[in-house]
Ligand binder design. Sequence first.
Ligand SMILES: Cc1cc2nc3c(=O)[nH]c(=O)nc-3n(C[C@H](O)[C@H](O)[C@H](O)COP(=O)(O)OP(=O)(O)OC[C@H]3O[C@@H](n4cnc5c(N)ncnc54)[C@H](O)[C@@H]3O)c2cc1C
Length: 388
Amino acid sequence: MSARTPDVVVVGAGIVGASCAYHLASRGLRVTVLERESAPALGSTGKSAAGVRVQFTTRANVALSMHSLPVYREFRERHGFEIGYRDIGYLLLAPEARWERHLQSVALQRSMGAPVEVLDPDDARRFVPIATDGLGGATYGPWDGVIDPHMATHALVSMGRSGGVQYRFDSAVAGIRPEADGGGWRLETTRAETLSCGCVVNAAGAWSGLVGQMAGLDVPVRPKRIQIFLSAPVADERVYPLTVDLGTGVYLRSEGDRILFGLDSHENDSGRNGGFTEGIDWGWLEHVLITGVERYPWWEDLGVDRKGSWWGYYEVTPDNSPVIGANPGAETWIDACGFSGHGIMHAPATGLAVSELVADGRSRTLDISPFGHARFKASPTPVEANIF
Ligand SMILES: Cc1cc2nc3c(=O)[nH]c(=O)nc-3n(C[C@H](O)[C@H](O)[C@H](O)COP(=O)(O)OP(=O)(O)OC[C@H]3O[C@@H](n4cnc5c(N)ncnc54)[C@H](O)[C@@H]3O)c2cc1C
């Protein structure tokens, strides 16, 4: 085989594509990654809040975290690259009405080995100034925190290249069709290049649905604009964990001497530009501040750095869980997309699972069946509640 005939083409050089490519090459496969941007991590990966956590409500998502977080925590020791992991924690503030249910998910997380501390509302004030009205309690994940998604993606790209992965930047996939003999795929790029391969991994993030369409496949992933705001400097020496008020969804965390904060708009504007709405809606900022000030009364005086605020796309599925597995339309097409706001934290597990699926025919280490396409047709599967 020449370098031009890879076994696998990965579409997208975000953190998920880079993880898949690295793991696939580790299994001895020839891998080419096609990325339309000029560098890695310029899609959603570079726009995220960078949070990583074990605190999920479904067994399947906790399992992805329980594989991925140790990888990030030990990345430098295992792989020799600094990826900016900091265990600043996630602090989840649960209203009284949700507290019992929240404790059930803590029991699940702990049963799977995840370290999670249960706090009473006043304890939570050790971490961040909050009003405790209406809170049943709080939980804190000491493994949870942040990484630097750019550093992590670039590390995975370097590791993949050492294993032979070919990266083609400024190479958007413009057309995909099955090989005439049905044995693989032909991909055309905007550089007028054609690649043949046995298998495609669709890691195109918010654009995965569009990439699937090129091949005539249904990939139920749509974009949703998410906005993050940066404050002016905050006079507190503490590093605030990624704190989420589960009652409203308003979240914040320290970023240097400032805070990042936001709220999922749950907007459904898929009619306009296919959901690819651009820019910041400053009216939404007002809504976030008004909603958040009840829990964080010091927001009365919060200054906002408008130039430091930004937006990007979540890549969402109907149940806010990713699609990891073969597409029902073609078994040599693997979808690894639709992370709905947690692709940074689940990229290590996804890369491993995809590599086993391609190399061994099934994911041996992790049970990815809850993330298969079949769930959309089956009876309802547990829906993840900790989506922010
Ligand atoms: C504001 C915000 C906050 C977030 N916060 C968090 C968080 O705290 N924690 C967390 O885990 N996740 C978070 N996320 C979600 C996270 O960013 C994504 O889940 C993750 O980046 C997905 O990675 P990816 O590699 O699948 O997608 P991307 O990083 O989007 O990569 C997909 C790549 O595919 C490329 N591509 C698309 N179409 C084509 C084509 N036709 N040909 C070639 N290349 C193509 C794109 O250019 C892009 O580089 C956040 C997202 C946003 C927007």
